[in-house]
Each structure stands twice: as structure tokens, then as C-alpha cells.
Design a protein around this ligand. Sequence first.
Ligand code: SAH
Length: 315
Amino acid sequence: MDEGLKNLVDRIECGDMSSYDDIPRLLACEDTDTAQYLFERADAVKRARFGDEILTRAIVEFSNHCRCLCAYCGISACNEGIARYRMTREEILASAREALDQGYHTVILQSGEDLFYTKEMIGGIVRDIKAMGREYPFPVAVTLSVGERDYETYRYWRQCGADRYLIKHETSDEALYNRYHPHSSLEKRLQCQKWLYELGYELGGGFMVGLPGQTYETLKNDILLLKTMKVSMAGIGPYISHHATPLAGSPHGSPELTRRVLAVARLILPQVHLPSTTALNLKGGKEAALSGGANVVMNKVTPLKYRALYDLYEP
Ligand code: SAH
């Protein structure tokens, strides 16, 4: 084992901020023993905080309509080749009911940025799920993940009972962010995260691993940005290339690198919930993630007839 890198893992775990500059070296290292040591420490830190418990979350992907132009995403507005769907309020509530009946305590409502669902519609659905939750013998949380809206809308949804909000920063490299999101900016994205935090949501952030143009340095900054933004949860998943996007043909992000990034994130953010994301599950990385620092699994409960159409990335 590379003793220098092993020592680096220990310093990161101890919160020695002067060690953070060397994170890229750890992410890039070819020594599998060192990587194994990193996973073991991440697992120990996770167990010290959360024990053996793996939390599960149900995701309802209720619309694949989107106004955004994210260059990596299969449901972006520029993809004219897919069938679009919108679930009705009744369908969304039925999926939430099914998730609660199966024992899930958290329902995540996710969609493209679809303004068909007004502030009032989403607020009403949140209120209905929270009311439904009172029929169950456990507290039910509602997470929203519907992209960028204004402060007033976020405030209203919080008043309606939304507990958490998932909005990833995607990449901390500003030039890369702005290139891949011509409709928005990193500044705007982070503004949304700040508002949500101020409004008392448990903030979910996150980013992709292996996005074309990203470096190990970017990944270090991605992890540190989660800390700056005070996230309670971070979805860190591999980039998966999709044929109907401007980034078609680019290589997929590596599940192994994703696992390392997750493990380093666990050392730096011991108290943060780290899911094995749906993208990582798809790449067979779930078990490895859970033994290397992740403590949450996200499962789709979207009705089967819509599931294949929520095609952000390809299987
Ligand atoms: N519209 C919402 C939800 C986004 S979709 C929002 O803007 O927050 C959920 C997540 O899927 C994104 O945050 C992104 O990280 C991920 N995603 C999209 N395309 C992807 C791809 N090609 N590979 C991996 N993850 C992808």
C-alpha cells in the first residue's frame, strides 16, 4: 500500500483541511490497496454515524417534460425523439400511496422543469401526501426535485409541508456548468440552493462523476462545494452518456471512480445522507457504494408504463 496515500486518507478523515489539496491524487491513484483502505474507512465512518441501517427512498418521476437544455440529459427540451408524459394528480397520489404501503417513509417527487405544474398544483399535491402520511404509524417526508423556481414558490411549497428539496449543482466548474446548461448558470443554481436552505428545507445537492471535461480537481471542488452549501444529502452518480444529446458518444463515468468520490465525500461529510443514486444502481454499483460510505438507496416507484420514458440516461 502507498503509505503516503494511506496517511492522506487518515488526515482527510480527521478533518485536516490542508489534506484536501491532495484529494485529486487519491481519486486518480492506481493502487487498489489504497482504494480498499479508503472504502473501509468510509464504511467505518458511516457505521459510526448511522449504524447498519440503510435508508430507502421512493422516487415518483411524474413528468418528463422539460424546458431546460442540459447537454447530458435525455429528456432535455431539445430531444424531439421521445414521447412525453405527465402524471395526473390522482396518479401521483396513487404512486405515493403505494410507496407508503410498501413501507417507504420518504416520497421524492421528481420531474423535468415542467411549468405545466403550477406552484399551486405542486403545493396541493405536497399537502395531500403529507395528509395521507398521517394515516401511517411513521413520519412521512416529502422531497421535491423539480428544478429552478423562484423564492416565493419555494417558500409556498415549504408552507405546504415539503420537507426536503433535491437540486444538484451538477458540476462546480463554472465554465463547464455554463457550457452544459445554456439556459441557466451555476450562480443561479447555487442561489436556489441558498434559498432552499434559508427556507428550512433539508437541502439535497450533488453532482455527476465523469462528465466530459471534468478533472479530478473539479471533483475535489464538487465535494467541498457540498460542504459550503450545507447540504443534508448529496446524490453523487456516474455520468451516463445518452445518444440523443449533444454529448452523445462520450464515455460513461466510471462506477469505480464514483465509489471513490462517494467514499471521500463520506470522510469529509460524516453526517450527510449519501444515496446510491439510480444512475449508479443501473451500472451495478449499488452494493459497492453501500460498503464504501453510502447509506441510502433510491428506488423508482414510477408506474411501469411511464418508467422507460423518464429516460435521462440510457440503461
Ligand atoms: N429537473 C430537476 C431534476 C433533474 S433530473 C432538476 O433540475 O434538478 C435528476 C438528475 O439526473 C440530475 O440532477 C442529474 O444529475 C441526473 N442526470 C441527468 N442526466 C444524466 C446523465 N446523462 N447521466 C447521469 N445523470 C444524469
